[in-house]
Design a protein around this ligand. Structure first.
Ligand SMILES: *Cc1c(COP(=O)(O)O)cnc(C)c1O
Length: 379
């Protein structure tokens, strides 16, 4: 009889309209019907990325587009700068190294955003770097980097700015063309209200020009094949047809709601979560909190793994714990995609129950009051 809520920073809850669309009988992809649908998806993806350039859709989880970003814009031995502040940015280094790139790491303490001036200084000393790679929203620590400020620095250099925006696209405003970003990576199961299985890649003119000269090996993720196919409103290989159908409905819902309204709603939900956290005397882990995922420090003396398990097993609420050295030390709640005021209230109601059981003391209802006050302020 338990009701389940998925409040992790991905995968996320999926609206019934999208689930139903994906349940429709499959159509063949080499048909005018699919091409019409894929053209509509393209137009909506261009709204999401705020661009006139094509957006490539791969049938893969987000890591596939991370790999595609790297293999399509580099050649063997290229020197790259990776800004590491958590598990996902580490993955950018691991992929770079797997392809024989000379990856230099600019290490930032966990839970902190990179100081854009550090990137500026590093690039000034190392004009040979062919790219700067980093996370928009580092999901493992709930931290956002100041991509607008960084884009001003990197766009004035020869290097490409490669941004993993998997938990930022559709959450915050990302004008790819206007900010002169170079490569932007997206994924379906985070902010786009879809199951895992699609990833996205956008490139600037500067990045497309570099891609023409790239000699790293690639086949499935070759963006030139995809660009040719896009001109005919299709994909190079068999697409995940059902997911593309779901994507159409998801993007249409977001676009109809209004992108600005969506970004504002996400900001307000984050503020409500912050209010609830501080009312319980808990601390945010990040010094530069992400809008899509809030990482909270587990209070001294409590085991965060038990907290996450109790929320799931007894309250039906799935959130995420910490990864690697943060295991047991933080818990993370996602507020991206199809989340509303009610979800946040349900979460804090359940969190209070679990914290009380674990012997943490506070005034029951205090976080609910604080969340409600934040939500009413914006109503
Ligand atoms: C989820 C996520 C990814 C991709 O992970 P997959 O498991 O391959 O989908 C990459 N970057 C960030 C920031 C993420 O949150």
């Amino acid at each position: 009889m338990k009701k389940n809520y998925l409040l992790a920073p991905g995968p996320v809850q999926i609206p019934p309209e999208i689930l139903l669309e994906m349940a429709r009988p499959i159509i063949h992809h080499r048909t005018p019907e699919f091409e019409k649908r894929f053209k509509d998806v393209q137009d909506l993806l261009k709204e999401l990325f705020q661009t006139n350039n094509p957006v490539i859709t791969f049938s893969s989880s987000g890591t596939g587009a991370m790999e595609a970003a790297i293999v399509n814009t580099h050649s063997p031995g290229d020197q790259v700068l990776v800004v590491e502040n958590g598990k996902f940015s580490e993955r950018l280094t691991l992929i770079s190294k797997a392809y024989g790139l000379d990856a230099h790491v600019l290490s930032v303490p966990s839970g902190e955003a990179v100081d854009p001036q550090k990137i500026k200084a590093t690039l000034a000393e190392n004009p040979q770097f062919s790219s700067v790679m980093l996370e928009y929203s580092e999901t493992s620590t709930g931290t956002m980097n100041d991509i607008e400020a960084i884009s001003k620095i990197v766009s004035a250099s020869n290097a490409l700015l490669i941004v993993d925006a998997i938990t930022a696209l559709g959450v915050v405003n990302i004008p790819c063309d206007k900010w002169k970003l170079d490569v932007v990576i997206g994924g379906s199961q985070k902010s786009l209200m879809l199951p895992p299985g699609l990833s996205f890649l956008w490139l600037s003119e500067k990045a497309w020009a570099k891609a023409l000269k790239s000699t790293l090996p690639k086949f499935y993720f070759d963006i030139h094949e995809e660009r040719k196919a896009l001109e005919k409103n299709t994909t190079a290989w068999t697409p995940a047809i059902s997911l593309i159908n779901g994507l159409y409905v998801a993007l249409d819902m977001m676009s109809s709601f209004g992108w600005k309204n969506l970004f504002q709603k996400n900001q307000q939900l984050m503020e409500a979560v912050h209010n609830g956290v501080s009312a319980l005397g808990l601390k945010l882990f990040s010094k530069s909190p992400s809008v899509s995922v809030t990482a909270v420090c587990v209070p001294e003396g409590l085991d965060g793994n038990i907290l996450v398990d109790k929320l799931k097993d007894e309250q039906g609420i799935t959130i995420a714990g910490g990864q690697s050295e943060l295991k047991g030390k933080i818990f993370r709640i996602g507020t991206l995609g199809w989340i509303d005021d009610g979800d946040i209230l349900v979460f804090f109601g359940a969190l209070e129950k679990v914290l009380l059981q674990m012997g943490y003391s506070f005034t029951p209802g205090s976080s609910l009051k604080a969340v409600q006050e934040a939500l009413l302020k914006n109503a």
